[in-house]
Design a protein around this ligand. Structure first.
Ligand code: NIG
Ligand code: FE
Length: 415
């Protein structure tokens, strides 16, 4: 596909593109017509603007023929490293069993824990590579990966190490951030004692994870079938002690006040949020906590309660959109499908969906060097075979991606 002279050029220059910069100072997607992007040898953007104003460059420019150019997409909430499959539970749910029912009967997350514990680290990385490639083929350049299918010290560390090994296994063509989700579910050996298990998460697992620098943030599943507000607060306090940022699976199946608790802790994001009330949305707006919308889980669990998008808009809560890729509630490896669902099921606009996988997804990860086109940001780009931003969202089953650029390096869509 690419015979372009730019491939592998040390200081790449892209020109004649319709830039969607995501610059917050510009309206909407921050469009610049007939724009150019320059990068340096380290893979950082050095200049963005109208091509006519671009500084002279010794490098040949790649003319993109007016195509739409966005930052590389960011999938800010995945559980990409897991063993086994839950296809049988999918069938059980079709036959009428509920997600909660299956979890309480020892299936659900715990069934994936059994399969993940028996897999080796190398096997887990191998499984995750295939899944990551599916995301990358649609223009994704950064993903977040959570643990939470180990639920004991060694298995959680194994999952996080497998995630940390992903970029090298993908020839350094993917940016991966990791999140420690030891408080995802109660393992069978805890014999129902949630408080004692939270002790283990805070006193044994988290210090070990922090010592080996295996996680960029800490997450928790606050829900009737998982952990209470008090237990979540203990996990967040321990995270603070280790200088780790927090995120929360909040208000997915019921309203336990997760959004407000996340806001109180200055969480980067609260995720799911189907049952969040207006007070929760307001608290998130005030704290700058991002609402991560996960329509895949809503769809697969045949939920009817939708997240309060109108409240998020009213209280200026930044919204991100993500796959929640996992074997149970959201076996989806297409960020564009998640965007499409966010629009069709929850009423997001095309602009909100695109901001949700760029600028706002970066914010949900506490990152300022991705998700926008600006000097100093990483030169991770997605180039689309279209002029129209709507093309990213409306057509499923084929990808409008023309090319992906990672750290200034141009790739075909099948890298
Ligand atoms: O984000 N809600 C909790 N955790 C995952 C589901 C994990 C699973 O079912 O395996 C989620 O939906
Ligand atoms: Fe999740």
């Amino acid at each position: 596909m690419f015979t372009a002279k730019l491939k592998g050029a040390p200081m790449p220059v892209f020109t004649n593109a319709r830039l969607a910069t995501m610059d917050p100072k510009l309206p909407g997607l921050g469009i610049i017509e007939h724009g150019a992007v320059h990068a340096d040898a380290t893979g950082s953007i050095t200049w963005v603007g109208p091509a006519k104003d671009a500084p002279a460059s010794a490098e040949p420019a790649l003319d993109l023929g007016g195509r739409l150019l966005t930052p590389g997409l960011i999938d800010c909430h995945t559980h990409l490293v897991w063993g086994g499959t839950r296809a049988d539970e999918f069938e059980m749910r079709l036959a009428g069993r509920s997600y909660t029912d299956i979890a309480q009967a020892g299936g659900g997350i715990v069934s994936t824990v059994k399969a993940t514990r028996t897999a080796s680290q190398a096997e887990l990385t191998q499984l995750a590579i295939k899944r990551a490639r599916a995301l990358m083929a649609e223009g994704v350049t950064t993903i977040e990966v959570k643990s939470g299918y180990g639920l004991d010290l060694e298995s959680e560390m194994k999952q996080l190490r497998a995630a940390r090994a992903l970029p090298a296994a993908l020839r350094n063509r993917l940016d991966v951030t990791t999140t420690f989700l030891g408080a995802h579910a109660l393992p069978p050996e805890a014999n129902g004692d949630k408080d004692r298990y939270i002790d283990l998460v805070c006193r044994d697992m988290m210090p070990a994870v922090a010592r080996e620098n295996l996680a960029d943030a800490v997450d928790c599943f606050m829900e009737g079938i998982a952990f209470s507000g008090g237990q979540t607060a203990r996990v967040f306090d321990a995270a603070k002690d280790h200088g780790l940022k927090v995120k929360l699976h909040a208000d997915q199946l019921s309203n336990l006040g997760g959004a407000a608790l996340a806001a109180r802790y200055g969480a980067l994001s609260a995720d799911h949020l189907e049952y969040t009330d207006e007070a929760g949305a307001m608290a998130m707006g005030q704290a700058g906590t991002v609402a991560v919308i996960l329509p895949g889980a809503f769809y697969y669990l045949r939920e009817t309660q939708k997240p309060p998008i109108a409240h998020f808009r009213r209280h200026n809560v930044a919204m991100a959109v993500s796959t929640d890729a996992n074997p149970g509630s959201s076996p989806i490896l297409s960020l564009r499908l998640a965007m499409n669902m966010a629009c069709l099921l929850f009423g997001l606009t095309v602009e909100e969906a695109i901001l949700g996988v760029t600028r706002n997804a970066a914010k949900a990860l506490g990152r300022t060097d991705i998700g926008v086109l600006k000097a100093g940001a990483r030169c991770h780009l997605a180039i689309w075979d279209s002029l129209s931003p709507a093309a990213l969202v409306y057509e499923m089953g084929s990808s409008p991606l023309y090319a992906r650029v990672y750290g200034g390096m141009l790739e075909g869509t099948t890298s």
